[in-house]
Structure formats: C-alpha cells, structure tokens
Ligand binder design. Sequence first.
Ligand code: NAD
Length: 340
Amino acid sequence: MKTSHSYPFFGPEGYDGLDVLLQELAPTKTFLLVDSNTVNCLSVFVPKLAQLDAEFEVLEVPPGEESKSLEVAANLWSVLLEYGADRNSLIINVGGGVICDLGAFIASTYKRGISFINVPTSLLAMVDASVGGKNGINFEGLKNQLGSFTQPNFVLVDPDFLVTLPQKEWESGHAEMLKHALLSGERWLELLALEPESLALHDIEQSIAFKAEIVREDFKENGKRKMLNLGHTTGHAWESFSAASGKPCTHGAAVIQGLHVALILSGLPEEQSALAQRYPWQLVEEEALQPLWERQLQDKKNANGEVRYVLLARFGAPVWDVEITLERWTQAVLALNSAL
Ligand SMILES: NC(=O)c1ccc[n+]([C@@H]2O[C@H](COP(=O)([O-])OP(=O)(O)OC[C@H]3O[C@@H](n4cnc5c(N)ncnc54)[C@H](O)[C@@H]3O)[C@@H](O)[C@H]2O)c1
C-alpha cells in the first residue's frame, strides 16, 4: 500500500515531506503536468526537491478551463503510453485547479490508477481544488461531468507561488475562502477585507482545515460535504453560460454570483450587501434566465428534475438539498438585478 497524505503539507516542511515520499515511491517515471503559465513555477519547485528523478518529463497543456476536456485527457493518456508509463509511474500536478483536476483525473484512470501529487499554484487550488480528492473534466459543455473521487498521495502548499498570480485569479481563490467563511460563520468580515498583501499562511491553512474536516467526515458527498457546493449551483451555470457566450469568467467570479443568489434565497441581506461592496453582482440579462435555469437542472446534484440548493438557515448554519423552484430563483435574480 502506497503512502497517501490527503492533508496538505506547507512550505519548507512540505518539500521535506515530499522528498521522503518520492524516495518511498521510487517511481519508474515521473511526469510534471503544467500549463503554459505554471511551467514557470517549476524553477521554484524543482530545485527544492533532492529526490526528484532528474529524468522527469514535463507535460504542458494550454492554460484555462478548455484543457479540462476529453480531448486533452486522451492526448495525455497517449503520451503516457508513448513514454511507457507503468503502474509505478508518478504524475505531479503543478498548477491551478485545472491542472489538479485534469492531472488527478488522468492519473486515477490510467492503468486503473497511478500515484499523483498536487502542487497547487493558484489560491483557489490551494484552498479548494487540490484538497478533498475530487477530480474531473468537462463534457458536453457541462462542468465536471466525468471524474472520480481519488485522494492524491501528497499535497504541497507553497504560498510563494502566489507572487506571480494575476489579481483576478487571486480574487477567484478569495471567493472560495469567503464561501468557507459563510459556511463556518468564522471571520467573515475579516476575510472579506483580505488583500493579496495581507493574506497570511494562517488564512490559507484555516480555509483548508475547514474543507478537509468536512471531507474527512463525508468523502463521497452523501450528506455533509454537499455544503461545500454553496454558491456553486448558480455558479457552475453562470461559468458555463459565460464561456458559451464568449465572455468567460473565472471559477471564483462565477461562485460570487452564486453566493449572491444563495444569500438572497437564505434571507441574509446584510451578508449579501457586504459581499456586494467588495464583489458587486453582475447583471443577468432576461434572456439568460432560461438557459441558466436549464444548466442548473443538469447539475449532478439535482435529482428528479428539481434544482437542489445549499442555503444558510442562518449565518454559519448550512442546509442542503433545499428544493428551489424556477419562480423563487428568478425572483432572487431579478431582485439582485434591480438593486444595481
Ligand atoms: N476538485 C475540486 O474539488 C475543485 C474545487 C474547486 C474548483 N475546482 C476546479 O478548479 C478550476 C479552477 O481553478 P483555478 O482558478 O486555479 O484555475 P486555473 O487552473 O485555470 O488557473 C487560473 C489561471 O492562473 C494561472 N496560474 C495558476 N497559478 C499561477 C501562478 N502561480 N502564477 C501565474 N499564473 C498562475 C493559470 O495558468 C490559469 O491561467 C475549475 O476547473 C474548477 O472546476 C475543483
């Protein structure tokens, strides 16, 4: 049985821990999966690992959500075959949520599953995508339709990577931290005021700890873990609708839209207006209402043609599987539009 540490290791201790694991795994071949931005993170990452096989191969894909596709995954599987990757090969995902989701997906399916390590380089991937063992790719225009629950062998969080992260990507990760704050009821206003310069390792650790505890209690999302989808029902619909309309937005920007809707549906106007001060609601055109609703109906979390939401019974007290009708959802969206 190979060692698996699903809980992240941080900074210098993380590199030491990863070196120990690399020695233990002794992979036959090591692949570093990156996109064409995060390839630059390798100059920080590689020299810190004494045990990394010097003969590693870099697999580079284009940046962005489009790389979470069957086509890119199939191409990567082919490359692994060409290199003769076997069951004892290793994939290290060095990148944002796209690289972590894609790399974990190909690793968990290649030859029924090979070892993989997540090295998140975006804030969103640090506090969310790299932790929790979910992976996936998009299919038929819908988010994360193909994927699995498979824990990485190791997660290394090094906040030094954030130095090169663009502001809008920082805000995208901030959105997931805010979601955790709304769910836990802890440090909401304090976290809402965070800026890249004031973000501390402790803030990242706390956000991860919150998610990791929920995942520990409900890995396969049969109950409690569903709360982590707060803001994601409308959010995923907004993300795929925006991309299909030729105006792609970040995952976090879409989650912010979803959080606005969820806070209105939860009857929490104070929290919603605090959120709007920092991240304003983006107008939803009337002709977008129907396509957005249809996308929510296709969300994996919905059953029997109803849209199920995560809401807050009160601040810090999530409830899930709340059925929301088209009328209630439309009212919430129109109320947000009219407050602009
Ligand atoms: N599996 C999960 O539990 C989970 C949870 C949340 C989100 N996700 C997924 O994560 C994805 C979003 O993740 P993301 O926001 O990290 O997107 P991303 O991976 O596309 O990264 C955003 C952008 O930032 C760039 N980037 C990343 N790190 C950088 C760095 N250090 N310096 C400079 N540029 C850098 C990337 O190249 C990309 O252009 C979505 O596909 C979402 O579905 C998965």
